[in-house]
Design a protein around this ligand. Structure first.
Ligand code: VGL
Ligand code: ZN
Length: 213
């Protein structure tokens, strides 16, 4: 019996935040973040549908420590919707850091979802912002297009990939994370916790080689 996954025309590759600021040398670099680029380029050729997300913050975004007097990155503050980790300034709209990694092939992307552009709200998930109520529009797009299963790759496994996968399942989609296509920040055990939460929620975890040829 084979345990490979066969792709169909209702499957989508969702490429999360493969941007310069999340790659080595960037403002919020994920260790080895750039190593996902060749994997994702290869995977894009296997899918009928590709959507990408782009973290896209105004310069005074409230997820930036610099927007709060006396605060430093990785501290937590209370925003209107609850606890929010503060980050170094990253993915500011129109900057080089916000651009996709130059090696990433974006030619197959049929939609680019920008997120985190409301000054007061951060957005880890590609579906719903951190206030847990403001939609990005991705749910409507997928439903209208009849796309039901998401294969998720990108940065970072323990933040934007995690919340995107959890929301996908909660919204009634199937979600599968392709391991080699992701890298995590791993702050205080966040990687192990992320996989625990995803597997418990019913998110699939596969390797690139598990996709049927
Ligand atoms: C991300 C922290 C802040 C991510 C984005 O893409 O995982 N993490 N903004
Ligand atoms: Zn961000």
């Amino acid at each position: 019996m084979s345990r490979t996954t066969a792709l169909t025309k209702d499957d989508l590759l969702l490429v999360v935040d493969v941007q310069n600021d999340f790659c080595p040398g960037g403002a919020l670099a994920v260790p080895d973040g750039d190593q996902v680029v060749p994997v994702i380029n290869r995977l894009m050729g296997r899918f009928e549908h590709v959507v990408m997300t782009q973290d896209w913050h105004p310069p005074d975004h409230l997820s930036f420590a610099s927007a709060h007097r006396g605060k430093t990155p990785y501290e937590t503050v209370e925003l209107s919707y609850g606890a929010q980790i503060l980050w170094p300034d990253h993915c500011r709209q129109g900057t080089d850091g916000a651009r996709f990694h130059p090696g990433l092939d974006d030619s197959r992307a049929e939609l680019i979802v920008r997120k985190g552009f409301c000054r007061e709200i951060d957005s880890y998930s590609a579906f719903t912002e951190n206030d847990r109520s403001t939609p990005t529009g991705l749910t409507g797009y997928l439903r209208e297009r009849g796309l039901t299963r998401l294969f998720i790759v990108g940065l970072a496994t323990d933040f934007c990939v995690l919340y995107t996968a959890l929301d996908a399942v909660e919204l009634g989609f199937k979600a599968v994370v392709i391991m080699e296509g992701c890298r995590g920040m791993d702050v205080e055990g966040s990687m192990e916790k992320a996989w625990e939460r995803m597997l418990e929620a019913g998110v699939g975890k596969i390797g690139e080689a598990d996709i049927a040829r």
